[in-house]
Design a protein around this ligand. Structure first.
Ligand code: HEM
Length: 416
């Protein structure tokens, strides 16, 4: 046991339990935690003890100081130790120092502003057609399954060089592989099988690209040398898995959360539709307000003072990113969705050397999503279930039943 001890929430509260996050009660518990103990030792019946960090200043410090807090013992609370051991120093998110720089450098050309902008025109075409079909259908539908989980798959699969007829298969595998809501043995086995199939899929694609390179991420991972060294087969496969995870488990929740925000704040949606200058700020506020990653974990490699706590070498430290992004000492009215919030220093993409490499892509995707919706949809209405994800790793919705009210005005160019 360490001090200060976690003391807010119901007795017996387990922050590592996915079920806790299904009700949405975590927002209030975190608010209390920020006031009572920004860093506190939490004992979990599932994963043992760990430090819980809930404020923006201390959370930012943990994720930026890689000399004190490392990712090489896993960045996910309750992660499978065998999987972490097998990925460490090889997969970007659980590599540090020179290994991390080497692996990240190979990926970097695909994640510059210019590279991701080229993905945009294809996305805009597909997404416009998809939304037009949904509008035409004119029924209530699950926005997560039928809309927001779809378009990030198109973008990422195109980038990876996956043929379109295999996109749906990969999306299903990724959903299963990274879904921690069901803690049963059967679900764990299903996750293991899905991961194995993702690896097999990319092993096959990698071999195809070795001999016939294309303009895609897999070809880049296979053929690029950094300091005269290429990535090993295992490194390539682990990082393909990492990109699928990073790209498909986050953006859909941000977009679904955006729809919920626009349904809850219809006047804000009207402003965004009419004023393109608001779009950049809206994207940042979507990221802050939805904060899809629930946490980032680190392990201390020295004894360190953190706030009122003395963190010991070997302790696990969990930064609850959505809590940091609703820290009332940084964000005025933190629970409100305010699109002209300036500045908006959210840490939705993390910080320091592990700052999300996919951030430029995620921003382009969300911007494109708004720009496709704005001329078409006058209003979003929640028409049925809004089901929160039961996960301690992902903050988002499993289901969002909506109707979309089309804009029936004749576009100006058609009037001419
Ligand atoms: C709204 C969308 C997204 C959010 C909120 C998000 C959030 C994050 C966060 C918080 C981290 C840091 C993890 C840590 O410090 O341990 C991260 C890292 C990462 N993300 Fe994202 N991400 C998003 C989209 C994407 C996309 C689209 C991709 C790829 C296609 C991606 C790939 C990655 C990778 C590979 C890393 C590891 C980077 C490193 O360790 O250097 N992410 N992301």
């Amino acid at each position: 046991m360490r001090s200060p001890e976690w003391k807010v929430g119901e007795p017996g509260l387990d922050l590592a339990a996915p079920g806790f996050y299904g009700s949405g009660d975590h927002w209030d518990v975190w608010r209390q935690a920020r006031a009572a103990h920004p860093v506190a030792w939490h004992e979990s019946g599932r994963v043992g003890g760990f430090w819980s960090v809930t404020t923006h200043a201390l959370g930012s410090r943990v994720i930026k100081r890689t000399k004190e807090f490392v990712s090489t013992q896993g960045m996910r609370l309750g992660g499978n130790p065998a999987s972490v051991r097998s990925a460490v120093h090889k997969m970007m998110v659980v590599a540090d120092g020179a290994d991390h720089r080497r692996i990240r450098a190979v990926h970097a050309p695909w994640f510059t502003g210019r590279a991701v902008t080229t993905m945009r025109s294809e996305l805009e075409k597909r997404l416009s057609a998809h939304v037009d079909a949904l509008v035409e259908r004119n029924t209530s539908f699950d926005a997560v399954r039928e809309l927001t989980a779809r378009f990030p798959t198109w973008v990422l699969c195109q980038m990876m060089g996956v043929p379109p007829e295999e996109w749906a298969k990969l999306a299903t595998l990724t959903d299963t592989a990274f879904d921690d809501s069901d803690q049963s043995e059967a679900a764990a086995a299903a996750r293991g099988t899905a991961h194995a199939e993702i690896f097999l899929y990319f092993a096959d694609l990698m071999e195809r690209r070795r001999y016939a390179p294309g303009n895609d991420v897999v070809s880049t991972l296979v053929h690029t040398e950094v300091d005269g060294q290429r990535l090993s087969t295992k490194e390539i496969l682990l990082n393909c898995d990492g990109l699928m995870n990073g790209g498909l488990e986050t953006t859909p929740h941000a977009a679904a959360g955006a729809i919920l925000a626009f349904a809850s704040y219809p006047d804000v949606w009207q402003r965004v539709r009419k004023d393109p200058d608001l779009i950049d700020g809206t994207v940042e506020e979507i990221l802050r307000w939805t904060s899809p990653p629930m946490h980032a974990m680190r392990t201390a490699v020295a004894d360190v003072d953190l706030g009122d706590a003395r963190v010991r070498e070997g302790d696990q430290v969990v930064v609850w990113l959505p809590s940091c992004n609703r820290d009332e000492t940084v964000f005025e009215h933190p629970d409100e969705f305010i699109v002209d919030r300036r500045p908006n220093p959210h840490i939705c993409f993390g910080g320091g050397p592990h700052y999300c490499i996919g951030a430029p892509l995620a921003r382009v995707e969300l911007r494109c999503f708004i720009e496709v919706m704005a001329p078409r949809i006058a209003a979003f209405h929640v028409s049925g279930d809004v089901v929160r994800k039961q996960s301690s790793f992902l903050n988002g919705l499993d289901r969002l039943e909506i109707t979309m009210e089309p804009d029936t005005r004749v576009p100006a160019e058609e009037q001419r």
